[in-house]
Ligand binder design. Structure first.
Ligand code: URA
Length: 322
C-alpha cells in the first residue's frame, strides 16, 4: 500500500477512535505495531473528518487488521439478499405482497438471528399494517401542511405544547431516526432532537460517517407531553399515521428507533428495549434497528457501547446496499 494511502487510513482510524471514545468506548485493545494514545489523538486531530467507507478501508489493510480483530465485534447480521432496485425507485426494497398474504394478526419473528430468547419474543404486527405502507403519492411538505402548525388532533395541543415538531432532514434518506416525542428544547424550536439528547444523536450519526443532513429525523408524537411524560395511547393513535405516511414517502432502507417507548410503539410490541436492540426488525418492509435513546445514554453513558454496536450493524447493512 503506498505511504499516502496508509497515512490516510491511519488518519481515518484515528478519527474513528475519537468517535468511539465520544460514544463511551473506553478501551480498545490494539496489537502489533499500531499504538494509539487517546490523548495524543485529541491533541492532533481536533477536527472531525467524515469516514463514509471506513469499513472497506479497514478490511483492505493488513496493517489495520489486528486493530479490527481486537474490537469486540458484533454478530454478523444475516441480511436478506438485497433485491435489485431499479435506478430511482425506492419501492423495490419492499417485500413482495404475495409473501405477506393472510389475515388477522401476523406474528413476525425478529428477522435476523439474535439470541435464543429473541426467538421466543416475537413482535406482533397486524397484517393490515404490514400490507399497507401507502404508495408515495404525496410529499413531506403536503403531509406537514395537512398536520398544520396548530394541530388539535390530540389533547397535547391543550396541555402546554407550543410548537408542532415535524420530522426534518433528507426526504430521500436511506437512514431515518425515530424518537418518542419532543422535549422542552424541541418544543421551543419546533425541530426534533435539538437539545442535549439531540447533540448526542448528532454524534451517533457522525460515528457512522453521516451527517444530520444525510438522514431523516422524526418522532412518533409531534407535540411535547407535559413534564416529558410518555405519550399516551390516544395521542399516539392520532399522530403515528403521519409518521407512517412519511416513511412511505422517504422509504428509508433502515429506521433506527430510539428508546423503549418509541420502539415498542413503532413495532407494536411489549418486548423490552434491551431485548429488541441489536437485531433488525420489520416495519412495513423497512428494516428497523431499535437502540437506546440518547437521553438514556446521558444518564447511563455505559450504554453507549451497545448503541455503537447497533449502529455498526446499521452501517454495515447500508454499506451492502450500495
Ligand atoms: N427526545 C425525543 O424522543 N425526541 C426529540 O425530538 C427530543 C428528545
Amino acid at each position: 500500500m503506498p505511504n499516502s494511502d496508509l497515512n490516510n487510513l491511519i488518519a481515518d482510524v484515528r478519527e474513528q477512535v475519537l468517535y468511539l471514545q465520544e460514544l463511551g468506548v473506553e478501551t480498545i485493545a490494539l496489537s502489533g505495531e499500531l499504538s494509539v494514545e487517546s490523548r495524543e489523538l485529541r491533541a492532533e486531530s481536533p477536527e472531525r473528518l467524515r469516514i463514509p467507507n471506513l469499513r472497506s478501508k479497514i478490511a483492505n489493510s493488513e496493517a489495520i487488521s489486528n486493530f479490527r480483530s481486537e474490537i469486540p465485534d458484533i454478530k454478523p447480521v444475516r441480511t436478506k439478499t438485497p433485491e435489485s432496485k431499479p435506478a430511482g425507485s425506492r419501492l423495490a426494497s419492499l417485500p413482495s405482497l404475495s409473501k405477506l398474504s393472510g389475515s388477522g394478526p401476523v406474528r413476525t419473528k425478529v428477522d435476523q438471528g439474535g439470541p435464543s430468547e429473541m426467538e421466543n419474543a416475537p413482535t406482533t404486527l397486524n397484517a393490515a399494517e404490514l400490507l399497507s405502507l401507502p404508495e408515495p403519492t404525496e410529499t413531506i411538505e403536503q403531509i406537514r401542511a395537512e398536520i398544520g402548525p396548530d394541530c388539535t388532533r390530540c389533547k397535547l395541543s391543550d396541555l402546554g405544547r407550543s410548537k408542532v415538531v415535524n420530522s426534518t432532514g433528507n426526504f430521500n434518506a436511506d437512514l431515518m431516526f425515530v424518537g418518542e416525542a419532543p422535549g422542552a428544547d424541541e418544543d421551543e424550536k419546533g425541530k426534533p432532537f435539538v437539545g442535549r439528547a439531540g447533540q448526542l444523536l448528532t454524534k451517533i450519526i457522525e460515528s457512522i460517517g453521516l451527517t444530520r443532513e444525510d438522514v431523516f429525523i422524526g418522532n412518533i408524537n409531534r407535540c411535547r407531553p407535559p413534564g416529558n411524560r410518555a405519550p399516551e395511547m390516544d395521542e399516539t393513535i392520532a399522530c403515528k399515521p403521519y409518521l407512517k405516511r412519511e416513511v412511505a414517502v422517504v422509504r428509508p432502507k433502515v429506521i433506527v428507533v430510539l428508546g423503549a417507548t418509541a420502539a415498542q410503539n413503532l413495532l407494536e410490541t411489549k418486548v423490552p428495549i434491551g431485548k429488541l436492540r441489536g437485531h433488525f426488525h420489520d416495519y412495513l418492509g423497512v428494516k428497523v434497528m431499535p437502540t437506546f435513546h440518547p437521553a438514556y445514554l446521558l444518564r447511563d453513558p455505559h450504554k453507549k457501547r451497545e448503541v455503537w454496536e447497533d449502529m455498526k450493524i446499521v452501517r454495515d447493512y447500508l454499506n451492502t446496499q450500495g
